[in-house]
Design a protein around this ligand. Sequence first.
Ligand code: NAP
Length: 253
Amino acid sequence: MSIEKFSLEKVLSVHRWTDNLFSFTMTRPAHFKFTAGQFARIGIKVNDELVVRAYSVVSSPFDETLEFFSIVVPDGAFTSNLQHLQVNDEIYLEKIPYGYLTLARYQLPLPKDLWLLGTGTGLAPFLSMLQDFETWSKYKNIHLIYSVRTQAELAYAEKIQEIIETFGEGHHGFKFIPIITRDVQAPLHDRLPVLIANGELEKVADLKFDPETSHIMLCGNPQMVEDTKEALKARGLTMNRRGEGNIAVENYW
Ligand code: NAP
């Protein structure tokens, strides 16, 4: 890994949600331009070696700083070191962003209904999209569906309300639908493919999946992405290729 591809940045804040989930912000160099939904490659030195991982940007493309949302992978070379980050620590950022989980990839159908389906830290790219006014002006309906295991893991719930108030003011088609899979008391607690197949998600959203109007983005657990993709295909929705189709995906690890 050539170190010239990276700039050296500084950690500005660290927020711990649970023992295994945390967020951090860092300085953003002027050259680092990205589109909402893209990911950055972040590096830390472990035993003098640069170890790099991909992280979707949480913050908006217009923010002065960069924010990321991470899980601690037990015994993982990267996150078990990253979790000890402290303010003012140095951190490497690859100079260019990556990824195609962006709204610009959709040409047909034309934008009308946006479904953002994320699990765990796969919420990150959607937070960036929702902090971009263009998203709100493009879509009549925007539904953010966020599946986590426990209530404590429902990170960013307050931030989502703030985003709605700031960016979604005057927009009447937004719904935030949390799913807490390991809490049978939660209003929605089945996994996404089940909720799609039995129609419960559409009922709560008060909107139908429709090949003519739906843009559907999936991000998170790779098995969730696979299973949800199949559940949507069974409903007649198609993968987005060369601009056409409904479903766009990103595996998170
Ligand atoms: P997770 O296990 O991915 O669960 C998050 C949500 O996704 C839960 O609501 C879960 O439901 C749901 N889910 C899991 N599999 C699904 C499927 N096939 N279909 C539909 N929904 C599904 O939790 P996490 O906290 O994001 O990640 C946990 C594990 O993934 C950890 O072991 C972690 O080490 C690993 N991970 C690794 C990396 C990496 O970079 N290597 C990154 C992130 C996570 P249930 O409660 O029903 O399972």
